[in-house]
Design a protein around this ligand. Structure first.
Ligand code: E4P
Length: 217
């Protein structure tokens, strides 16, 4: 499973990238707003830092305008993935940009039929939003499973990018179903290391090492 980090905070990306935990980055207008940075500047900095795909989202709503924005974003770096919403205008933009050789991430996906349309429009990634479905008492994981089944039935190349991940259990479940990629905020990725038995076991080993006077260097 590839790990994308869902943030526009450079320091947080760099920290995880140094550990080999970053296969790509996703941003959206809300995350850019949170960073307080100019979209073109911060996106360029992220692209320079990370080898994998970096999603930057268009803000126009009409296809012609989205295509202009997408082409401008695509010029930032070779690893840009243009992110478009799951609307007819977004799908038209997806088809045009992917035909031009630009990676496209179709975002705000909440149904299997939407995912089917995105694959047919040539999406590189489809982003089903798990957490936002859970927020309205639906099971986001059912959607991941449905898309996995449909894409496998027809051998679509589009990668399933499990998005809106809010908990470490979301990561486990998405990995079990076979999502190709997950994108999560840095704090969720960091929490994945936690286990009380690891802490307890390490505490005992360190006490015993001190008692025995063990020295390695
Ligand atoms: C991913 O591409 C999305 O930007 C992100 O995962 C949305 O997450 P949220 O629903 O927690 O805002």
């Amino acid at each position: 499973m590839k790990f994308f980090v869902d943030t526009a905070e450079i320091d947080a990306i760099a920290e995880l990238n140094d550990l080999g935990m970053v296969d790509g980055v996703t941003t959206n207008p809300s995350l850019i707003m949170k960073s307080g940075r100019d979209i073109l500047e911060v996106t360029k900095e992220i692209c320079d830092l990370v080898d994998g795909p970096v999603s930057a989202e268009v803000i126009a709503t009409e296809a012609d305008d989205m295509i202009v924005e997408g082409r401008k974003l695509a010029k930032i770096a070779e690893n840009i993935t243009v992110k478009v919403p799951l609307t007819w205008a977004g799908l038209k933009t997806c088809k045009t940009l992917s035909d031009e050789g630009t990676m496209v991430n179709v975002t705000l996906c909440f149904s299997a039929n939407q995912a089917l349309l995105a694959a047919k429009a040539g999406a590189t990634f489809i982003s089903p939003f798990i957490g936002r479905l859970d927020d309205i008492n639906l099971d986001g994981m059912d959607l991941i499973a449905d898309i996995r089944e449909i894409y496998d039935n027809y051998a679509f190349d589009t990668e399933i990018l499990a998005a809106s991940i809010r908990t470490v259990n979301h990561v486990t479940e998405a990995a079990k179903i076979g999502a190709d990629v997950m994108t999560a905020p840095p704090d969720v990725i960091k929490k994945m290391v936690n286990h009380p038995l690891t802490d307890k076991g390490l505490d005992q080993f360190l006490k015993d090492a001190a008692k025995a006077g063990i020295k390695i260097v």
